[in-house]
Every structure is written in C-alpha cells, then in structure tokens.
Design a protein around this ligand. Structure first.
Ligand code: KG4
Ligand code: ZN
Length: 319
C-alpha cells in the first residue's frame, strides 16, 4: 500500500491507497476551527499544529486500514505548492519514515493530487478529459492527456484570486465564518440568485478573474445597514455564488473537450455540481484536501532516487 501524507495548508491528512487505487483509509484532521477566529489560515499556527497532528493522523490511518507500517511499501508526500512551513512538516515526516524503513519516497505536486482524486476507485476516470481545478489557492483549466503530471497542460488560470478564495473573501464580507465556501453554499440555498446582478469578468482566452466580483460584493454590502444586511444576506450569497459558478461553467464550456471533470474544494459546491450534470465530479470527501489523492498521484510519479531522498525540499509556489 501507498501511504500518502498531506500538510500543504490547514488540513493534516494521511491516507492509505492500494496500487490499483482502492482507498483503505483517509484521515483528515482539519484545523479550520483553530484558524476561524483569525478569519483565515495563520501559517505559523498551521505549522505547529501539523507537527502535533502528523504522527497521530498517520497512526489513525493505519488503524482505520487495519494495517501496520509493514504493509506500507511506498511513502508519498505533498512537496508543494502550499505554505512552506506547513509543507516542511509533512516532508520531514515522510522522509523520516522512508529513510527508517528503507522505502521509496514519492514527491507529489498538490495540484496533481487533486486531479488524481479522479483516479481512485470506484471512479477510476481514464484520460483524456478537460479538468477544472478550483480550490482555495488555485483555479485552473487543465488539458489532461494522461495520468502523470507531465501529461497535463494548463490551458487557463486565474489572473488574480482563486475561486475558493473568492468564496472565502465573499463570506468574510457577508460576515460568515471561515472557511467560507461551504457557508456561502449553504446560505445561498435560501436566497434569490437573481437578486443582484454581479459581474462575471470577461478576460481574453480561458483565464479567470474574480477580484472585481469581490469588490462588487463589497460595494453592495456597504450600501446596507446592519439590519438590511441581515435581511439580504442570503440573496447576496446566492447572487455572488451564481456569478462565480457562471464564470467557471462558461470557461469550462469554452475550453471544449468531450469529457469534463471537476476537482478541488470548490468542486464540492452544490450549485456548480448541479450546473454541470454531465461533468465527472470527484466525490465530496475527495474534493477538499486529503491524502488519499496524494497517494493516488504517487501511482503515476516515479519515486526519488535514494540519494535524493534526504535532499527533498518543499516548494511554496506552482512552477
Ligand atoms: O482544495 P481545498 O481543500 O484546499 C486548497 O488546496 O486550497 O479547497 C479549499 C477551498 C476553500 O476556499 C473553501 O472555501 C472551498 O474550497 N470550498 C467550497 C465548498 N467547500 C469548500 N467552495 C464552495 N462551495 C463549497 N461547498
Ligand atoms: Zn487543495
């Protein structure tokens, strides 16, 4: 089995996946509550919490799978992109395990991990397909020709905020708790999406832009008294969500491609899923950050040469 470890942001996760993509365990310990009072992830706080949680979370995954370290034949870890201090905790844990047990170590790109959530059973999606990757840190349109990361081309990306970031910042403007995406999703169900006409930015090609939308929401909210905001909050959430979903769907349709898939935290959004009935969507539990997807990606990534194991470093930004 492959042991996956993920600590790129505020989820400490460990997963166990077989070589043919069966999930034996997927444990995710979210730090969201810890960061909620700051309205976002505090990198230093995240790193320290990862340090406390990484070993217990790995043990919990082994327990869930009814397995021991002897059953692990490969260690996989997110090397980037993400918060550098957070990534280093997972990388150090993975190196230690691989070194001590003489196991191959695979460095996985977090974005490849999100795409590889589609390669787990029972979904087991076969490329080629066009993939929308929408998370808190990234929004990209990908042309996926094969399961390895080198067979994936970025054909569009956000020029400013990521879609999940737009959800989170919008939620903050509306006075909703962090993390905001799921809160906006929930509140939008009782609102009127046609109440406000928020702009969908039109940028050339297949790129995205969400910062203007966020500003439009801010201006709309500034016009309202506290009581009015209370009364209109659901309508604002519904209209704002509609604008984000429309931008994502339009671009995905413009990209063409016979088969379409959606991954990443924003792929958990109920309106986006409903707006794309023919798209393959990652299961809800695999949309937001997890380590089963990292173990899955490792199946299509060559391990580091033994001599490079100790030298493995994390990277903060997507290349
Ligand atoms: O993939 P992910 O867990 O972490 C990153 O790699 O960034 O994505 C987290 C993002 C957050 O911005 C969160 O607000 C958003 O996904 N998200 C949602 C929903 N659930 C999570 N956005 C919209 N609707 C949801 N239901
Ligand atoms: Zn992610």
């Amino acid at each position: 089995m492959i042991l996956g470890i993920e600590t790129s942001c505020d989820e400490t996760a460990a997963g166990l996946v077989t070589d043919d993509g069966e999930i034996r365990a997927s444990v995710v310990s979210s730090q969201a509550e810890l960061h909620a009072r700051y309205g976002g992830v505090v990198p230093e706080v995240a790193s320290r919490r990862h340090l406390e949680l990484v070993s217990p979370v790995i043990e919990e995954a082994l327990r869930e799978a009814g397995a021991g370290l002897d059953d692990v034949d490969t260690v996989a870890v997110t090397a980037g992109p993400g918060l550098i201090g957070a990534l280093l905790v997972g990388v150090a844990a993975a190196k230690g395990l691989a070194w001590a047990r003489g196991l191959p170590l695979v460095a996985v790109d977090h974005l490849h991990g999100h795409v590889a959530s589609l390669y787990l059973r029972p979904l087991d999606l076969e490329p080629p397909f066009t993939c929308l990757l929408a998370s808190g840190g990234h929004t990209m349109l990908l042309d996926v020709r094969g399961r390895s990361w080198s067979e994936v081309r970025v054909v569009g990306r956000t020029l400013d905020d990521a879609a999940g970031e737009a959800f989170d910042k919008g939620a903050r403007i509306l006075g909703l708790p962090y993390p905001g995406g799921a809160e906006v999703d929930r509140l939008a169900r009782s609102g009127d999406p046609a109440a406000y006409a928020f702009p969908v930015a039109r940028v050339p090609g297949l790129d995205f832009s969400f910062s203007g939308l966020k500003t439009a929401l801010l201006y709309a909210v500034r016009e309202l008294s506290a009581a009015q905001l209370e009364a209109r909050r659901a309508d604002l959430a519904a209209s704002y969500q509609r604008a984000i979903v429309r931008a994502l769907v339009e671009r995905l349709e413009a990209a063409g491609g016979e088969r379409v898939a959606i991954v990443g935290g924003v792929a958990a959004n109920s309106e986006l899923r409903a707006a794309l009935p023919d798209a393959v969507a990652a299961p809800l539990s695999l949309c937001t950050d997890n380590a089963a997807m990292i173990a899955s990606a490792a199946r299509y990534t060559p391990p580091l040469a033994h001599a490079d194991l100790v030298a493995l470093d994390a990277y903060a930004s997507a290349s």
